[in-house]
Design a protein around this ligand. Structure first.
Ligand SMILES: [Zn+2]
Ligand SMILES: [Zn+2]
Length: 348
C-alpha cells in the first residue's frame, strides 16, 4: 500500500510504500476511493493547537502517522472474526473511534472517549490507498452519493451536523449565525437549512468565501470586521439578535463576534480550532442568560442519523475540490494558506 505520512511536524508528508496490512480479529481492510483533507489536519501536521498566550497543546498526534479522517472506500479484506461486512461493500468510515470500554464508549459517545483510537490521528488514516478499521460497525453505506462527497460526511459533515443540532430549540424560528465559510462552515450552512428550516446568516472575513457561501445556501453574508455587521444581524433578526451562533473558526475575534450577535438567552457553539483565548464580562451570563458551549464531531448514532438524511437527498451538496492522492502535501499547504474554496478531497 501507498501512504503519505507526517514523519516530522511541519515538514512535507513522506510517501511510504509497504505491504497491505492483514486484518486481525474483527478488523476490516478498506481500499480507499476518496479521502477529505480537513482543516484540523493542518493543525495536526503543525504539531500543536494554539491555546493562547503563547501556550500550545502538543499531544494530539505522535508521528509517524498517516493523517486523513474523512475516508470512503470498499471492503478489501476481513479479519477472521469480522462480522457485518463483506468484500466489495462500499462505505464511509466513522473515524471517531474510542477505546470501547470506558463510560463514554459504553454510553455511545465514542467521539468523547479520553483514550481515542481515531483514524488519521491516533491510528493511520486516509492519506493512503488502504486503511485498517477495527470493526465493520464503523462502516456506513452512502447510497448514490459520489465518493468525493460521501467521505466529507465523516468529519466536515458530522462536525457541522453535531453543531447545528445544538441550535435546535434555540434558533427562535429565525436564521442562525454561521461564522466561517470554510469546508465545515459550508456544511453547517446546508445542515442549518435542512435541520432548522432557515438559511443562515454567514460571517467570513474573506470576500471570495462570502461570494461562495451566498451561492451555497446563505441568506446573507457579511464581513465581521465591518462596523455595520452587528447592525445587519439585528436587522435580519427583527432587532433581537440570533438565537444561536456557530463559530466554525474558533478564534478570539470570531467568538467575540458570535457572543455580540446573540439575543437574550442565545447560545454560542464553538467548533473551530483556530486558537487563542477570549474573555467576556461574567455579569453577561446573569444579565442575558447566554450560553457558550463546545461541540466535537458527533457520535456513531448521530453519524447514522446524518447519513440517513444525506442519502435521502435531504441536504444540498457542498462544493468539492478534487486532487490526486499524490498531491496530498500540496493540498494540505493550499488549505493552510486559505486557498481552497470548498472541501478538498484526495482521490487515487
Ligand atoms: Zn476533520
Ligand atoms: Zn472509551
Amino acid at each position: 500500500m501507498k501512504s503519505y505520512k507526517v514523519v516530522e511536524f511541519g515538514k512535507p508528508l513522506q510517501k511510504v510504500e509497504e505491504a497491505n496490512p492483514a486484518p486481525q480479529g474483527t478488523e476490516v481492510l478498506v481500499r480507499i476511493t476518496a479521502a477529505g483533507v480537513c482543516h484540523s489536519d493542518v493543525h495536526l501536521w503543525e504539531g500543536y493547537f494554539d491555546m493562547g498566550g503563547g501556550n500550545k497543546y502538543e499531544k494530539a498526534m505522535a508521528p509517524p502517522r498517516t493523517m486523513g479522517h474523512e475516508i470512503v472506500g470498499e471492503v478489501a479484506a476481513l479479519g477472521p472474526d469480522a462480522k457485518g461486512a463483506k468484500v466489495g461493500d462500499k462505505a464511509v468510515v466513522y473515524p471517531w473511534i474510542g477505546c470501547g470500554k470506558c463510560w463514554y464508549c459504553q454510553a455511545g459517545s465514542e467521539h468523547l472517549c479520553p483514550t481515542p483510537r481515531a483514524l488519521g490521528i491516533n491510528k493511520d488514516g486516509g492519506f493512503a490507498d488502504h486503511v485498517l478499521v477495527p470493526h465493520a460497525k464503523y462502516l456506513y453505506p452512502y447510497g448514490n452519493l459520489p465518493v468525493e462527497l460521501a467521505c466529507l460526511y465523516a468529519c466536515s459533515g458530522i462536525t457541522a451536523f453535531g453543531a447545528v443540532k445544538k441550535a435546535v430549540g434555540h434558533d427562535a424560528g429565525k436564521p442562525i449565525l454561521v461564522i466561517g465559510a470554510g469546508g465545515v462552515g459550508l456544511m453547517g450552512v446546508r445542515f442549518a437549512k435542512s435541520v432548522l428550516g432557515h438559511e443562515p446568516i454567514v460571517a467570513d472575513i474573506d470576500e471570495n468565501k462570502r461570494k461562495l457561501v451566498l451561492e451555497n445556501g446563505a441568506c446573507a453574508a457579511l464581513d465581521p470586521r465591518d462596523k455595520e455587521s452587528r447592525k445587519q444581524i439585528m436587522d435580519l433578526t427583527g432587532g433581537t439578535g440570533v438565537g444561536a451562533a456557530i463559530d466554525f473558526v474558533g478564534a478570539e475575534a470570531s467568538a467575540q463576534f458570535g457572543v455580540r450577535a446573540l439575543g437574550r438567552g442565545g447560545r454560542l457553539v464553538v467548533v473551530g480550532l483556530f486558537g487563542g483565548t477570549f474573555s467576556m464580562p461574567l455579569p453577561m451570563f446573569g444579565l442575558t442568560g447566554c450560553q457558550i458551549m463546545g461541540s466535537v464531531t458527533g457520535s456513531p448514532a448521530e453519524m447514522k442519523e446524518m447519513m440517513d438524511l444525506v442519502t435521502g437527498g435531504k441536504v444540498t451538496p457542498v462544493p468539492v475540490i478534487k486532487r490526486k492522492l499524490d498531491e496530498a502535501d500540496a493540498t494540505l499547504q493550499d488549505l493552510r494558506k486559505g486557498l481552497i474554496m470548498g472541501c478538498a478531497v484526495l482521490v487515487p
